[in-house]
Design a protein around this ligand. Structure first.
Ligand code: CTP
Ligand code: MG
Length: 369
């Protein structure tokens, strides 16, 4: 017979499961919202074509992975097969005649609110458009320039999501929780949604037993794969971009846990087992963990950014290795107080889940704004 303790944990997980299902339903964008986003995308694509006929506006991020929660931004990049130099961010002198500036003018003329962030690690143009009669949903869109790693990692996240429905369910819940608890803001010293997704994938491959996911980057590369599909160069270095895509032939998981159990265990792992000060999450690596020491990710450094005159600060307080661009710490946006707040939130979640009042406090407090 189950002990009292087991019985108690069973109840906590069952309550969390019911609550999580409710949140996931609320968080999932309606078909109308998704249709509206696609309409926005088409419109933006047409405007880009006018300024840059050879360019292609390619969506990535949550709209493509299916990890979008309601009111998500739209992420896209403008790529071009030949005119590399068109996209390079020129010197300050003739900046006003660059492609980003010409695009900005065109979008402004169409009524968009436009912000150019050309000094960031990845230069982007932010677009905002209020809902109208034609499209009853607001648009918030980030357009990047010729940086297609985001497209590759988006496809891998999408592949992981296709492996098991619990991936998307956990992502939607955790994104909702992180947004409500204000620990999902790269501008305010905490972590991107992408970072939370990598935390979840690490947990599902390497922590939970038996695993829910198989490491798709750690399978023997078949011999008939051409080299350009294994490695990719972006001028800053070489990235291994191969991962297993024919998931139908992979063994199925034997893990039967429901998302109440998985979420409880996820919160516990990052509260009490993960060593924030010493460990690096690395989903491409067997076991999923590297040390900060072996990556040389110890002291913060300031280095020149992609576009010459910018400065990028690399922090290593919370470290998540990008699965393709392995020199990039996805957690670099986290400052000291941000990491503290994130860790405090994980512990708070565990405490709230464990309150013994039939899940009432959990329902009220866990995702409280
Ligand atoms: N990305 C990246 N490196 C980062 C952050 C993001 O490559 N440090 C890329 C990833 O391809 C990711 C995409 O940008 O899928 C979008 O990131 P983000 O906006 O954080 O995630 P979304 O899933 O789009 O979440 P949200 O709904 O909060 O916008
Ligand atoms: Mg996004």
């Amino acid at each position: 017979p189950p002990s009292n303790l087991e019985q108690m944990i069973h109840e906590q997980n069952a309550n969390l499961e019911v609550f999580a299902r409710e949140i996931i339903t609320i968080a999932t964008p309606t078909p109308e919202e998704l249709t509206a986003q696609n309409k926005h995308l088409k419109n933006c694509r047409a405007i880009c074509k006018r300024v840059c006929p050879e360019g292609e506006l390619v969506p990535f991020g949550s709209l493509v992975t299916g990890f979008a929660i309601t009111k998500s931004d739209l992420d896209a990049i403008l790529t071009s097969p030949y005119s590399e130099d068109l996209f390079s961010i020129p010197d300050e002198d003739d900046e006003s005649n660059s492609l980003p500036h010409n695009l900005a003018k065109e979008f402004q003329a169409e009524g968009f609110e436009v912000t150019l962030l050309l000094r960031t690690r990845v230069p982007i143009m932010k677009l905002a458009l209020k809902a109208t009669d034609e499209n009853s949903f607001d648009l918030n869109c980030d357009i990047g320039f010729n940086n297609d790693l985001g497209v590759h990692n988006t496809r891998m996240l999408q592949t992981y999501s296709r492996c098991d429905p619990r991936v998307k369910e956990m992502v939607l819940f955790i994104k909702w929780w992180a947004k409500k608890r204000h620990i999902n803001s790269t501008y305010r010293g905490t972590l991107s949604s992408y970072g939370y997704v990598l935390m979840i994938i690490h947990f599902l491959i390497n922590v939970v037993d038996p695993p829910v996911l198989i490491n798709l980057q750690n399978i023997l590369i078949p011999e008939d794969v051409p080299p350009d599909q294994i490695f990719d160069e972006d001028g800053e270095g070489e990235h291994q971009i191969w991962y297993a895509k024919d998931i139908e032939n992979l063994p199925k998981t034997t893990n039967q846990m429901h998302i109440g159990q998985l979420l409880h265990s996820f919160f516990e792992y990052y509260s009490y087992r993960f060593q924030w000060g010493r460990e690096v999450i690395s989903i491409r690596t067997q076991g999923g963990i590297l040390s900060k020491q072996e990556k040389g990710w110890v002291a913060a450094v300031t280095r020149p950014g992609r576009s010459g005159h910018t400065q990028v600060k690399d922090r290593y307080l919370f470290t998540i290795e990008d699965p393709f661009e392995t020199s990039h710490n996805v957690g670099r946006t986290c400052n000291a107080s941000g990491v503290d707040r994130i860790r405090t939130e994980f512990k708070r979640a565990v405490n709230v889940i464990r309150i013994r009042d039939g899940g009432n406090s959990m329902r009220e407090l866990l995702c409280q704004e």
